[in-house]
Design a protein around this ligand. Structure first.
Ligand SMILES: *[C@@H]1O[C@H](CO)[C@@H](O)[C@H](O)[C@H]1NC(C)=O
Ligand SMILES: *[C@@H]1O[C@H](CO)[C@@H](O)[C@H](O)[C@H]1NC(C)=O
Ligand SMILES: *[C@@H]1O[C@H](CO)[C@@H](O)[C@H](O)[C@H]1NC(C)=O
Length: 442
């Protein structure tokens, strides 16, 4: 038995030597024990001590930054005409978004499930077509799924084994996200893509921290040097793959970053300053590898105004909205609204309208767009959303994405977490008429 096992191991070792690493595959980095030779035409680039990746390009120890340089038309001099402002990418101008020099309205929905449910391209396209038919322009989705089990049933983008992350670039990995992007593009939908999660759904920050440090202190995600390096490696791989893809509207550093995570543990030293410093570093890093795309934090929009009467204004979760909006490498602000979960549900309609107008004030003050990129009520959706939509339309607030527009398939409806609305619902029609109003707003 032992001899046989040894022979099998030897055979496997000999075989693996011959399997050169394909494009986007890992070829080195700290504790990497896999193949280090790239397939023909590819070079093993060292992105950091942690992650080497096979990519096209000439031999170099540096990342292939030149391969992500935008091929914008704006660098071509056109002396006798006004220089084109169009790059094909969504940009910002003051408190508005723009595309090809015209106003671009961010309105639509969230869909965490479109890329993480094992959907075919046709099923993905169906989801985007529903949003587009309601006048939506934008869908926010997850560009992460960290797993520790290689046998995970569905798509995932990073696998962790004994503290070592490996980006999954295959059919169940980034090739799956390629399909999400293609399906959105086919329906004229732009994507806002969050790159990790505060919450432990789909892995997220706690997996990085626990795998690398062995600690359960959620906030080490923002301060531990090895964790930051590992997250940057993931971001580098993901972002550079789509750096020239205009279907991506923006990258978000995380979904709902907070000092506290799903568990109770923190190091006790995380404050709003901690997350602002982290967001400044990571957003600048993304801009350095992908100057084409907008970058946002992906937070809930909590103000840091200690002594305020309601919790979302008190700064207790480690977010300072106004400080973050002033970070030069964060292009727009994001806010969420869940009065049921935030102790403000008793008068959700009025509270939510005030939440929107208070952020519209910051938007004007710092001259950047702000979007209500998640909102949801379990009850009274029609009445409350109608009031919030009115506030958005009249306050000059930049745009919004509902949580969440579901879709109906032959096999059934997408998951209803209590917030979902579906084509044919009265609230779905309300969303569609709001999209039309917002797009018509001067
Ligand atoms: C890398 O390998 C060394 C030696 O095996 C080990 O001590 C260290 O913990 C490993 N690092 C990670 C991040 O797994
Ligand atoms: C972050 O996640 C933890 C648990 O996953 C949760 O308790 C906490 O409220 C979350 N915060 C946000 C903003 O999502
Ligand atoms: C919090 O930390 C304690 C002490 O290290 C640990 O026993 C406990 O399991 C942690 N709690 C969670 C939810 O991770």
């Amino acid at each position: 038995m032992k001899l046989a096992a040894g022979l099998v191991a030897l055979a496997v070792a000999l075989t693996s030597v011959k399997a050169d690493v394909a494009e986007w595959g890992q070829c080195g980095g700290i504790n990497w024990s896999g193949e280090t030779t790239c397939a023909a035409g590819l070079v093993c680039h060292s992105y950091s001590d942690w992650y080497f990746q096979c990519a096209r390009g000439t031999s170099s120890a540096q990342p292939t930054v030149t391969s992500v340089t935008p091929t914008t038309t704006s660098v071509t001099p056109t002396p006798s005409v006004t220089p084109p402002t169009s790059t094909g990418f969504v940009k910002t101008s003051g408190t508005e978004f723009t595309l090809d020099g015209s106003k671009f309205t961010v309105v639509g929905s969230n869909s965490y499930w479109v890329g993480l449910s094992g959907f075919s391209s046709e099923e993905m396209s169906h989801a985007f077509a529903d949003v587009a038919a309601a006048g939506g322009t934008t869908v926010r989705t997850w560009g992460f799924n960290d797993q520790t089990d290689a046998g995970y049933w569905g798509p995932y983008y990073q696998l962790w084994t004994n503290g070592v992350p490996t980006v999954n670039t295959g059919a169940s990995g980034l090739e799956n996200f390629d399909k999400v992007v293609a399906a959105a593009k086919a329906n004229g939908i732009h994507l806002i893509v969050a790159l990790t999660n505060n919450w432990s759904d789909y892995g997220g920050m706690d997996v990085y921290v626990q795998q690398i440090t062995g600690s359960t202190n959620h906030d080490l995600f923002y301060t531990d040097a090895q964790v930051i390096a590992a997250y940057k490696n993931y971001v580098q791989t993901f972002v550079s793959r789509y750096a020239n893809e205009p279907t991506i509207l923006a990258w978000e550093l995380a979904n709902e970053p907070r000092c506290r995570g799903s568990g109770p543990n923190t190091s006790g030293t995380c404050t709003p300053t901690t997350i602002t410093a982290w967001a400044t570093d990571i957003s600048a890093f993304i801009k350095s590898i992908d100057p084409n795309h907008l970058v946002a934090l992906g937070d809930e929009g909590f103000f840091n105004r200690p002594g305020s009467p309601t919790y979302p204004y008190q700064g207790s979760e480690g977010i300072d909205f106004d400080a973050n909006l002033q970070v030069s490498t964060l292009d727009f602000g994001t806010i969420h609204a869940y009065p049921d979960h935030w102790g403000t549900g008793a008068d959700a309609l009025a509270w939510g309208s005030g939440w929107i107008t208070d952020h519209a004030t910051s938007s004007s003050l710092y001259n950047k767009p702000v979007i209500l990129e998640e909102f949801g009520m379990l009850e009274d959706k029609a009445t409350i959303y109608a009031a919030w939509f009115d506030t958005i339309e009249s306050s000059g607030f930049s745009g919004d994405l509902i949580w969440q527009a579901g879709s109906r398939y032959s096999w059934g409806d997408t998951h209803n977490d209590g917030y979902a609305i579906y084509p044919g619902d009265a609230v779905y029609d309300l969303m569609a008429s709001h999209a039309a109003t917002l797009k018509a707003r001067p």
